[in-house]
Design a protein around this ligand. Structure first.
Ligand code: SF4
Length: 222
């Protein structure tokens, strides 16, 4: 597995735990608002043995490891990495865009928590991702999590081009899910002409709309 970045401790990336975050290179989406473009073609990778040594040394101070990206399910050797850090006693969280449900299904026995993106309502992913994409696998992955045992959250970055009805449509599609997080949109640095984020009132309205379908709705980033 390739690692292109490491946050040595984070209080916000794994709910309730202090975690290290590893970032893998490469992604199979191209979200308009992506803040991790530099990772797509990482030109310098971290030395895996050094990352493992760091995690070994920090066992007493950290509770978890978050695997983020990029898209981790594209990485060969991902399950071996997960098993390696779990053998050190860490809990493992996977961040995924859900485009590879078979890969996620294979990882579930080794994962403690999954955060999965729901970019847009069904059939509307072209509003967020720059190229044509069949989003059926994403909803297949969502259904897999809803019917499974592993703890998870769905999350949507509330782009200015999505509205409250879009958030409601997403929440309705995953009706009965455990947790749904609406994340405030942040303008990518490289796209200065991008629209302004939604205001707090709109985000509150979106959260109320989503709460009709999902019992635990949270807002992040405002
Ligand atoms: S799925 Fe994540 S890493 Fe990939 S392009 Fe979208 S925001 Fe960026």
């Amino acid at each position: 597995m390739q690692i292109a970045g490491l946050v040595k401790n984070s209080f916000v990336d794994y709910p309730g735990l202090i975690a290290a975050v590893v970032f893998v290179p490469g992604c199979n989406m191209d979200c308009w608002y992506c803040h991790n473009r530099a990772l797509w073609k990482a030109e310098s990778l971290l030395d895996m043995a050094e990352v493992m040594r760091f995690l070994e040394k920090r066992r007493a101070f950290l509770d978890g490891v978050v695997i983020s990206g990029g898209e981790p399910t594209l990485q060969a050797g991902l399950v071996q990495f997960i098993r390696g850090v779990k053998a050190m006693g860490y809990r493992v969280k996977l961040d995924t865009n859900g485009l590879k449900p078979d890969a996620v299904a294979g990882l579930l026995p080794d994962i403690d928590y999954i955060a999965m993106d729901l970019k847009a309502p069904p059939g509307e992913i072209h509003r967020v991702v720059s190229f044509g994409l069949d989003d059926a696998p994403v909803w297949q992955c969502a259904d897999l999590l809803i019917s499974g045992e592993v703890d998870y959250e769905f999350r949507t970055t509330f782009m200015p081009t999505l509205d409250v009805a879009d958030i409601e449509a997403i929440a309705q599609r995953v009706k009965g899910a455990r947790r749904y997080v609406i994340q405030q949109y942040r303008k990518p640095d490289s796209r200065t002409l991008s629209p302004e984020p939604h205001g707090k009132e709109t985000i509150k309205n979106a959260a109320e709309a989503a709460a009709k379908y999902v019992r635990d709705v949270a807002v992040r980033g405002i």
